[in-house]
Design a protein around this ligand. Sequence first.
Ligand code: ZN
Ligand code: ZN
Length: 173
Amino acid sequence: MTANAHDTSFIPLSGGCRCGQARFRMEAAPIITHCCHCRLCQQLSGSPFSSFAMIETGHLTLLAGKTRYVDGANTHKRLQCPDCGCALWLHRADLGDGIAFVGVGMLDQGERLPPEAHYFIRSKHPWVTLPPGVPAFEEIGDPGKAGARERIMAVLAAKGHLLDESGRGAAAT
Ligand SMILES: [Zn+2]
Ligand SMILES: [Zn+2]
């Protein structure tokens, strides 16, 4: 699968850690960009919610710097800069290494990727007001973005992972 298989108009996004030694580039449009208001994301980010661009790991290129994986809570692992500790992206244990979740804040122009879904709003802080027209789910759900499920399934099939019928595991972090 190449970047051209998806959105040929996508202009690659670059990003990196705070100290600047680790740099990467997102070569294709994300599968989906979402905010997650779950307790794990709240704790990992130290914030009311996290914002991730979900993408095939093969569309991410490390450009410079050393990185290391850090395991977290048996649910995920983070690719971190060993110097400043920023995580370039993470992988979920249930989806495997073929799918990456890039923190939108790690991108130089993360504002190009507004959230297309909100997950786990059951634990959303009440002051957070969601914009109208963006799908929001109590836990996880399928926002129905064209091609998203197919892209996830293609990665999982190649890795021997399978989703259950509900698509559970495909959406939230
Ligand atoms: Zn760094
Ligand atoms: Zn979450």
